[in-house]
Design a protein around this ligand. Structure first.
Ligand code: NAD
Length: 964
């Protein structure tokens, strides 16, 4: 790639000189293989480069302008783009079919190199796809080994200091051997991966071939290494020497990983190979860690990774009898350092090898081969769609500012600088500016890939199970109030388990609670906002201290799988911290003073707030509405949903423990229909904050509008209601992402999220392949009780919900085509389960496409084009969330402008809104009011007041701030 021919194309040099052009160019290359016609290609080319028009040279602009679809120039340009991209891909990818690959590897060997083959694949989303991945490797080994082994021997590549070594060498990813690879469930994942890995190991052994396990993102590293070790400790494979794994030097943990590996290999008594690389996921790890608020697992500076690589090289050379070094790098300094250590320690030249990527740094590979080293070429092969994604990764790497190849070939950096010791390069690394401190940061979700987090969660689940069956009375004015009637809260995963028994309030109790809140209002409302904010921070701290316990209550009471329950607790913490920060901002009066007159705009609390919450985010939503009311100086009657009243009791415990004065929050569980009229109709209530179904929300709105003579204010109603959310999958969407996004959005927490996707609207050309992959991916989801870490789809909330959803499915079957029916009948005796159901070719006007079902039921709708897709998406009364998967900048622009929803998500899941980052709430019939978790949410709980004062006395007025 660093030959003239390449640069003649000028593509990379052009991209390197301008970051924005580079981004567009690589995005275009990425989408190219999915584009079916020349018109599509031209349209995308124009859309991408339109966005960076100002950065293009005049000539390029002119060509693009005249290359309209259907013109000769347009077609020529499309062909050119396609053939150029193909040629670029061929530089890095060995071919698609085994025959092509054979030709390539034969050429590689003739040039004096060894090879390792790696299958480029689409993301593995289903068990069928994982089977295909495994089968490809089985066929590859069986198909190639007899031929390759019959080729004439090349001593330098086919043997080490002890004799012949395998010629057929494959590299694979363990995450591709199981579609549900999930570090939260290491045991289940390991079983599934091993069952597909063993046959590959067996095949390799039978054919004298070698298997290398690649290591991918950090979250998978521990589990990948564990599975590798476990399989290779099995009697059958314990003496198999032709295996290896990767160590990533960019991880500060790499030193420890390597020491652990050595200790283990000594126990195993058979050596393995270690491919030492710096690591290919640096950008990804940085982005993910920052987005999730997790510690960054990689070194931040390039020199640190280089230094780490050198330390580990030395370790490998010192222990080469056990950990056989394979040095995967293009950095001449790193490799020279390795060779020097090998010489110092008298490690035979053939006892280690150098590995380089196919299509990169060919001259270097040649140089090392000429020096007598065994150089193995990491050779990817596969179809064009994943091939393009791989190409883009390579292009990004080559054009990265840190790339050794770029430095040495393009930027002509001096040999001294290139060969500098990493620790010396340290002083030359520019200091990065410090990031500003933010007043609010989201509470990080738990990283369940860590064993201690899994243990803490499991322990909490067990401990909470030991506390089942307790009674939870009402709490009014700080006092316990027993009632005659009660609600049994059952574990939806195991319906015979009663999680707790909760008192059910009567209308009289409701009136008492309102009175208690009214009595407490005067004092609470006069407390300084900052003090109220501190209460919220205390509540957040309590939740943090009990986060696993709280999540465990949700697992048992609401059937939330681990990560869903964990996310709900963190969201509750976020609401406390965010609203605390917001009230500090809002409590500073806005002044608009002029000489002789001071004007202040400020907020006052409204009074008594009734909070009515749903069960599906049992802690977060209840907490959000409650603490918003509290921090703004109101007092609260807290009415949780019947199904989640025990979790709500835990919130009440927290609020009591932090010392919120009696009567400021009153815990009033009960049956909505029974106490709702009193709560909504009472003249003593000022605000009703409701989240739940549209039917109840609208009835509350209606009833609250009726005024009573005794009322002191017009009631403020804030309602967050349901949705019929759509995801549009465009013709050019990345199906790896679209299928996963739709599956997660439709089926996580069994579709019982207001934001859940219940309609997938797929633009015609993508329809069949999307549907096929969607069905097989959905079939592969694990159904089970929520307390198991393997569970992706748990139960639905209760028997009513189960019957309602099942009835809906039966009804829909009459006029829609069911593509995937799953009753989860194997769990029927145990709990309230409904498996995921997918209907295809659904009529956009059918009940299935119009009504909120609130369960794991997805309607897939076919749209002729993007216009129709938008029309269908908007064709509902609701307007909560929507998503679009598309790689057309123009279509995304239209989606931004035309989709009528409160929350639009582009090329990502449509659930999992985070406080501040994704303020949440719908429009149309999905809600009244501003968004929860937004900077203006709190204003709804307050009255805006303006105070003007004449400050002039006897012709004298103090100076205003501006005059001072
Ligand atoms: P629901 O409407 O049945 O119940 C919500 C709350 O209202 C419960 O506490 C219930 O006891 C109470 N209630 C019921 N009847 C009442 C009445 N007549 N007067 C006063 N209160 C009454 O809803 P749910 O089943 O708990 O939750 C699921 C619904 O909530 C779905 O429609 C979902 O879309 C919606 N939801 C919306 C959002 C959002 O932010 N937009 C968030 C979560 C849930």
């Amino acid at each position: 790639m660093f030959e003239r021919r390449w640069w003649d194309d000028r593509i990379l040099s052009w991209a390197m000189s301008d970051e924005s052009v580079k981004v567009q160019m690589f995005r275009f290359v990425d989408v190219l293989p999915t584009l079916k016609t020349h018109d599509d290609i031209i349209r995308h080319l124009q859309e991408y480069f339109d966005e960076v028009d100002a950065h293009l040279s005049g000539a390029v602009r002119l060509v693009l302008e005249y290359s309209q679809p259907n013109t000769v120039l347009g077609r020529a340009l499309a062909l050119n783009a396609l053939s150029n991209a193909r040629r670029m891909a061929e530089q890095f990818i060995a071919g698609t079919k085994v025959e092509e690959v054979l030709q390539t590897v034969s050429r590689i060997r003739k040039q004096g190199f060894a090879f390792t083959l790696n299958l480029l694949g689409e993301a593995i989303l289903s068990e069928e796809e994982a089977d295909v991945y495994q089968q490809t490797y089985l066929n590859l080994i069986a198909g190639m080994a007899p031929q390759v082994n019959s080729w004439p021997e090349i001593l330098q590549v086919d043997s080490d200091q002890q004799g012949p070594i395998p010629r057929v060498n494959v590299s694979l990813k363990l995450s591709a051997l199981y579609s549900q690879f999930n570090p939260t469930d290491p045991l289940g994942t390991a079983d599934a991966v091993k069952s597909r890995l063993r046959p590959i190991m067996r095949q390799a052994r039978a054919h004298g071939s070698y298997v290398h396990v690649d290591v991918e993102q950090y979250a998978h590293k521990s589990l990948t290494t564990k599975i590798f070790k476990q399989v290779l400790m099995e009697d059958e494979f314990r003496d198999f020497p032709d295996v290896g794994i990767v160590i990533q030097a960019y991880l500060p943990e790499a030193d420890r990983d390597l020491r652990d590996l050595l200790a283990w290999v000594k126990k195993r008594e058979t050596p393995i190979w270690v491919r030492l690389v710096k690591g290919a996921y640096w950008d990804y790890e940085m982005v993910v860690a920052k987005a999730r608020g997790w510690p960054v697992p990689v070194f931040r500076k390039k020199w640190q990774s280089d230094d780490s690589f050198e330390r580990q090289t030395r370790f490998l050379m010192q222990n080469h009898q056990w950990l056989r070094p394979a040095l995967g790098s293009h950095n001449l300094r790193s490799l020279a350092h390795a060779i020097a250590w090998a010489q110092m320690l008298n490690v035979p030249q053939s006892a280690y090898e150098i590995q380089m990527l196919y299509g990169m740094g060919g001259e270097q590979a040649q140089l090392f081969a000429e020096m007598g080293h065994r150089v193995r070429i990491y050779t990817p092969f596969g179809e064009s769609i994943p091939g393009m994604a791989y190409l883009v990764r390579r292009l990004l790497e080559n054009t990265s500012n840190d790339s050794f190849l770029r430095h040495s070939f393009v930027e002509n950096i001096s040999v001294e600088d290139l060969m500098m010791k990493p620790t010396e390069a340290r002083t030359q690394t520019p200091q990065q500016p410090e990031e500003p401190v933010k007043s609010f940061v989201n509470e990080p979700h738990t990283d369940f890939s860590k064993a201690d987090a899994r243990e803490a969660m499991q322990q909490a689940i067990d401990e909470v199970a030991g506390q089942f069956g307790q009674e939870y009375p009402l709490i009014i004015k700080g006092r316990i109030v027993e009632t005659q009637a009660s609600i049994e809260s059952r574990n939806p995963s195991h319906k015979s388990q009663i999680v707790g028994t909760v008192s059910a309030a009567t209308p009289d109790n409701a009136a008492d609670a309102i009175q208690a809140a009214r009595d407490a209002f005067r004092k609470w409302s006069r407390l300084k906002p900052n003090y109220r904010a501190e209460y919220l921070e205390l509540a957040a701290a309590e939740m943090r201290n009990h986060r696993f316990e709280l999540a465990a209550w949700e697992v048992h009471e609401c059937g939330k799988p681990w990560s869903e329950a964990d996310a709900d607790v963190t969201e509750a913490i976020d609401f406390c911290m965010y609203y605390a920060a917001q009230i500090r901002r809002l409590s500073v009066p806005q002044h608009c003073n002029v000489p002789g007159e001071e004007n202040a705009y400020l907020y006052r609390p409204r009074g008594v707030v009734v909070v009515i919450a749903p069960w599906n985010f049992p802690l977060a939503i209840l907490t959000g509405m409650t603490v918003a009311a509290l921090v703004t100086g109101n007092t609260v009657v807290m009415k949780p949903a019947e199904q989640s009243s025990v979790t709500a009791a835990k919130l009440m415990e927290i609020l009591t423990n932090i010392g919120i004065p009696d009567g400021v929050v009153n815990y009033l569980p009960g049956i909505g229909e029974e106490i709702g009229p009193e709560l909504v109709g009472s003249p003593d209530v000022d605000v009703i904050a409701f989240t739940g179904s549209r039917a109840v929300g609208l009835s509350i709105n209606r009833e609250a509008a009726a005024t009573d003579d005794r009322q002191r204010s017009v009631k403020q109603v804030i309602t967050e209601m349901g949705g019929k959310n759509a995801i549009i999958v465009d013709a050019d969407a990345d199906l790896d992402e679209a299928v996963l996004g739709v599956v997660n959005s439709a089926f996580s927490y069994s579709g019982q999220k207001c934001s859940a996707c219940s309609r997938a609207i797929v633009v015609e050309p993508a329809y069949d392949s999307f549907l096929d992959r969607l069905i097989s991916a959905t079939k592969s989801l694990q159904i089970g009780p929520a307390e198991l870490p393997s569970t992706i789809i748990g139960p639905v909330i209760d028997e009513d919900a189960q019957c309602r959803i099942q009835e809906f499915i039966e009804l829909a079957k009459q006029d829609c085509q069911i593509k995937l029916a799953s009753s989860a009948s194997e769990f029927a005796a145990e709990g309230y389960y409904v498996g995921p159901n997918v209907f295809a070719n659904v009529d956009r006007n059918s009940r299935l496409a119009q009504e909120e079902i609130f369960g794991p039921v997805l309607a897939v709708i076919n749209a002729i084009d993007f216009d129709e897709a938008i029309e269908i998406a908007n064709d509902t009364d609701y307007g909560l969330t929507a998503g679009v998967f598309s790689r057309s900048p123009a279509n995304l622009k239209r989606a931004r402008q035309e989709l009528q929803v409160g929350n639009l998500y582009i090329n990502r899941d449509i659930t999992g809104a985070l406080v501040e980052r994704h303020p949440f709430g719908g429009i149309k019939m999905s809600g009244i009011g501003s968004k929860s978790g937004s900077f203006d949410y709190l204003k709804q709980f307050m009255l805006p007041i303006n105070i003007s004062e004449n400050t002039m006395r006897r012709g004298f007025a103090p100076l205003t701030d501006r005059q001072k």
